[in-house]
Design a binder for this molecule. Structure first.
Ligand SMILES: *Cc1c(COP(=O)(O)O)cnc(C)c1O
Length: 386
């Protein structure tokens, strides 16, 4: 389906709500029925009915249909946040005694799910670098039931060969999930490469205005229905109608924002690369990126998030640089209108900082909707303080 049709028309049945151009926020907990028979029919098919907003809600459903279509998937579920979508994507697909393969350093709450929650059921996880299919082959065990991917990774942008991993997993009945937050379905289409489940945080690019959280999980109708009928309803982590409405609003401008953000990021990166104090810029679609060739085959764009290191970076100098920035807010997250900076060393005890470990020196930058020249000027003065 055409992208414009998905964003502007799909799922919007305006005659049902006064021909309003913007859909209503159906702010209700429950839905009333005229007959016992109607109620019975709804109970028999909760996924095809509006009964109670922990399940389906009309505002959320418009978003759900658009997000499924955007991913080229049969169906979607929309969650209160991305972490909830990860949990609901992983937990229903593993059982006691299973084994999981995950890419190294996935999103922090995915990692905690593997390290602290799954071991409750004696489920172990092997972490792999994930840049080469052989690493997955070597990590396989007879009880491997799930492979967790994040491509690119949101700090070092490491990439997994998605089609190869999907083929390996399918040949053994292993379920695959990718965190596709970095690319969004506009820049990477994992279902077309054979990945079973696509997860993304809607908090970032889809919302785009740093005013709501949200998460998405897409897959076949059968798989999504199984998740809905048990884990989704049991945990109750579906999105609220108002937040779904904010995400619908954000979605309208997603292509325009991503295009602008990517162009700004490329200008800023080109400037940073020629700066004498900059040691390295990590951006998957930069020709200097170690996996540039693979990135080009899997991704059609790379957005506004990238990582830099500075020559002679230590906690004091990195702190001076980050605190000198006037227009990059120091904050977690990304994908909004505002540019951001996040130094890795903020999460490291200064006594444990290892200057030989490049990751300790990572400074993650996100370019928002400001002018590139405005951001470059800010970086220029902050680099003078470094
Ligand atoms: C932010 C983020 C998440 C989690 O999403 P929330 O909406 O914050 O729960 C997952 N993966 C990546 C890569 C993220 O950046």
């Amino acid at each position: 389906m055409d992208l414009s049709q998905i964003l502007n028309e799909l799922g919007e049945e305006r005659s049902g709500y006064f021909n309003a151009v913007a859909p209503p926020i159906v702010q209700t907990s429950n839905f009333a029925f005229d007959t016992v028979e109607d109620l019975r029919r709804a109970f028999a098919d909760e996924m095809g009915s509006y009964i109670y907003s922990r399940g389906l809600n009309p505002t959320t459903d418009i978003l759900r249909r658009k997000l499924a279509a955007l991913d080229g998937a049969g169906d979607a579920l929309v969650f209160a946040n991305g972490a909830a979508a990860i949990y609901a994507g992983v937990v229903p697909h593993v059982k006691a005694g299973d084994h999981v393969i995950s890419v190294r350093s996935p999103y922090s709450w995915a990692q905690r799910t593997f390290d602290q929650i799954l071991p409750r059921w004696n489920i172990s996880t092997t972490y792999v670098d994930g840049t080469d299919i052989r690493q997955f082959e070597e990590a396989l065990r007879p009880n491997t039931s799930f492979i967790y991917l994040e491509s690119p990774n949101s700090w070092n942008f490491a990439i997994q060969p998605l089609a190869e991993v999907a083929a390996l997993a399918r040949s053994r009945g292993i379920v695959t999930l990718i965190d596709n937050s970095y690319c969004t379905p506009l820049h990477q289409r994992p279902h077309e490469l054979g990945i079973d489940l696509c997860m993304q945080t809607a908090t970032k690019y889809i919302g785009g205005h740093s005013d709501t959280l949200g998460g998405v999980l897409t897959g076949t109708p059968e798989r999504i229905r199984r998740i809905f009928e048990l884990d989704y309803l049991a945990v109750g982590s579906g999105i609220a109608p108002f937040n779904a409405w904010l995400l619908l609003r954000g979605l309208r401008t997603l292509p325009a924002r991503l295009e602008r953000i990517a162009r700004t990021a490329q200008e800023v990166i080109a400037w940073l690369k020629q700066h004498p104090k900059v040691a390295r810029v990590l951006y998957p679609l930069d020709p200097g990126f170690p996996q540039y060739e693979l990135a080009r085959t899997q991704m059609s764009g790379a957005g506004g998030l990238f990582t830099i290191t500075l020559k002679g970076g230590n906690p004091e100098r990195i702190t001076r640089f980050c605190e000198a920035l006037q227009h990059f807010l120091m904050a977690v997250s990304w994908g909004g209108y505002e540019s951001l900076v996040l130094p890795k060393c903020a999460g490291i005890d200064p006594a444990a900082f290892d200057p030989a470990n490049e990751e300790h020196q990572y400074i993650r930058l996100y370019c928002g909707l400001e002018d590139a020249a405005y951001l470059i000027k800010d970086l220029e003065q902050a680099l003078e303080r470094f």
